[in-house]
Ligand binder design. Structure first.
Ligand code: BGC
Length: 276
């Protein structure tokens, strides 16, 4: 299985491309369809279906990886900040697999970008702890240690100085407030990255999101212990990482369900001699 479809669901666009996993790049140019005004599960599934149809020839009946701007635990989206609330609490993986009639793997968008960068981009071969941050509408994060992802870290929602961090430091805030790169970096990003640095002592920061292509305009204002580099796959990272994860899942099926996870936790409590 070398060509797998990756799809990135975002607040303004849903983008997909077949990914050549041997090389970590698109096999064909990507297709972008605007996110429906009401980004409900039904409407988004219809767009994903269109993207699948468009690439049907190159992907056969293979699996599809879909990234979301939300955490995903064994297929379930517990909460979502920037899309329709119909996704919250839904097993998006089962829902989409059912609707689309093929194996769908769901993954957080920043985790997908992190997987893309770690396997094919700026963090390839980097030992130790790599933290990828995507600066866009919100802030997404992926923590990878020696190539292994710790999923759903959600450090964009760290509370810093009394604020939800992404409400202060995301690239969308810079645009909305018409801030210069210098002001944004010195007044917002510096504080964000120094808190993350203090909490996690990473070996490398990788910065993704559309704004990362302008990194020379703002990296110079950041003063951190940790080296910081731009993502090299740019806006391809999420799609490539989602496809990578879908292929990986074929070899490592996630058999955990909400019910089985609860039972395992209850067994652990019992074994430890505590209350259920
Ligand atoms: C979401 C994250 C997501 C990030 C970037 C945040 O608001 O909670 O799951 O990775 O935005 O899209």
């Amino acid at each position: 299985m070398s060509t797998v479809l990756g799809i990135d669901v975002g607040g303004s666009g849903i983008k997909g491309a077949p990914v050549e996993l041997e090389v970590g790049d698109f096999a064909e140019p990507r297709l972008r369809i605007p996110t429906p005004e009401k980004s409900s599960p039904k409407n988004v599934a219809a767009v994903i279906g269109e993207i699948i149809d468009n690439f049907a020839e190159s992907i056969g009946d293979g699996p599809v990886g879909v990234s979301f701007p939300a955490p995903t635990r064994h297929g379930v989206i517990p909460f979502i900040a920037n899309l329709d609330q119909g996704w919250a609490g839904l097993n998006a993986q089962d829902y989409l697999s059912d609707k689309l009639g093929r194996a769908v793997t769901v993954v957080n968008d920043a985790d997908a970008a992190g997987l893309g960068e770690v396997h094919f981009g700026a963090a390839k071969g980097v030992p130790g702890v790599v933290i990828l941050t995507t600066l866009g509408t919100g802030i997404g994060t992926a923590i990878i240690n020696d190539g292994i992802l710790l999923p759903n870290t959600e450090l964009g929602h760290l509370e810093i100085d009394g604020f939800d961090a992404e409400k202060r430091a995301a690239a969308s805030v810079k645009d909305k407030k018409h801030m210069s790169y210098k002001d944004w970096a010195t007044k917002r990003l510096q504080r964000y990255y120094e808190v993350v640095e203090m909490l996690f002592t990473p070996d490398l920061f990788v910065v993704g999101g559309g704004v990362s292509k302008d990194h020379v305009k703002f990296f110079k204002y950041l003063s951190l212990e940790t080296p910081i580099v731009p993502a090299t796959l740019f806006n391809r990272a999420g799609i490539i990482g989602a496809a990578w994860q879908a292929a990986w899942r074929v070899e490592h099926p996630d058999t955990v369900t909400q019910a089985s996870a609860k039972k395992t936790a209850e067994d652990a409590i019992r074994a430890a001699g505590g209350e259920e």
